[in-house]
Design a protein around this ligand. Sequence first.
Ligand code: ZN
Length: 539
Amino acid sequence: MGTLWYNGTFFTMNKEGEAAEAVYVENGAIQAIGEKERLEQQYKDHITAKKDVGGAYVYPGFVDSHLHLIGHGERLLRLDLSEVESAAEMKQLLQEKALESKGEEWLFAEGWNENNFSDRKIFHRSELDEIAPGKPMYLSRICRHAALVNSEALKRAGISSATPDPPGGVIVRDLQGEPTGYLLDTATELIKQVIPPVTEEYIRKALTTAVDDLVKVGLVGGHTEDLFYYGGFLRTFKQFRDVIDGKRRKFRAHLLIHHEALAEMEAAGINEREVSPFLELGAVKIFVDGALGGRTALLIDPYTDDPSTSGVAIHPEEELLKLVKLARSKGRPVALHTIGDRALALSLAAIETYPLAAGNGRDRLIHVQVVQDELIEQMKRLPVVLDIQPRFVVSDFPWVMERLGHDRLPHSFAWKSLLERGLHCAGGSDAPIEPVDPLLGIHAAVTRRKAGESHEGYLPEQKLSVFEAVTLFTGGSAYAINKENERGKIAPGFTADFTVLDTNLFTCEPDRIVSAKVVMTVVDDTVMYSSSEDHDAAS
Ligand SMILES: [Zn+2]
């Protein structure tokens, strides 16, 4: 009837340094923690299984508070350019890919980043045309707010020198006014509209691949936004229901609902919040701005390295208000993608204009990379949670310094300041943009540099303690969805979701955090991943 987990250091995450040596679980819920002998004595008539974790370190299950599960699966299935370090290497990989795919089929690739190339080269469509003549090509930039396409793709979308920039997007043009093939933000939608919809089988495969990958890196759950991008709400939602069925796959998936998916969801009569213990429908996702990489994050003052722009608002102000109002009419919180300080100001104004009714959860502000003092004060007065991605610091610095300049920098990616001011933060990866491994996020929050780099970290005064960093991915993620009293701690009444590592993150050398090995990932008292069968065996 019950399981005794023992022979480990079970960190409660109630307070720093607090740990137990055993945990007793019934029906997926922790009943008691303490000494093994005492629990054996107390529950001797109830214990039906004993699980030895082999002296490992057990944390409340890590949850990624912002990612795109299907996109992560796609990245694993598609040509991944995120590790490419030169334009020549990118060209070669595309040539190889073009040879293996058939005639008129689209060639997709993910994750190129010119900041990793010494010459920062962004391909012109004519160069892409040479690589695969007549074959449409869509190459998503690492930020997913921009893409490169070739002439065939532009032709299929009917984009020419005469096409105006769509609202919230830019068709980059050369001196003759011809599109170069580089498209920013909503301009990418013009192409996406003519890409044939993916099959349900493809969505399922990408989702399955993603979830199976996440449990391997110790994640028991994720708050994910996917429901608008794969040919409609229903066909996508159906895959979540099938794949995360609570039998073959237990995983805590919390789905954000893109505002454009709401109508289809409602027409289908789906309005619950808790679909199952493993599947929830949460806040309404609305993009307020773009990203710093393509200078589309919306700033109050112009970009330091391009004073001709302050970024892009995805929606005019009145439209943003309407969308927040729409979410409120469904009784749902909003999850606003906001990177620049101007986007944050607009977001907070919209939330104040249409406040969330009590009992409907918490609004989420995703990314919050550039802030201002007054905006921090404003956030403190609102029921908001900040979804931060510590790993962006180590990936985006130092080029982010060029974008923002010295005056703005102290208020950028300033996680410690946000926590010290009493704001609630949750940790995520934004995978597939950053690697999904939560240990990379925790390490980045603690060191603010990549493992192996020798500098003191970018904005070192913003480093978090290990306890704070682990809290982002445990209690922080739970708080974001109002589950702070049932998830994110190892304590009576909490779910038996555990991330089991071979390393004590609190005492190891900071750079050892990234090489910690996942021994086991446990969801709802069930081992969903084990590095070795031995640990899995009940004694
Ligand atoms: Zn995202």
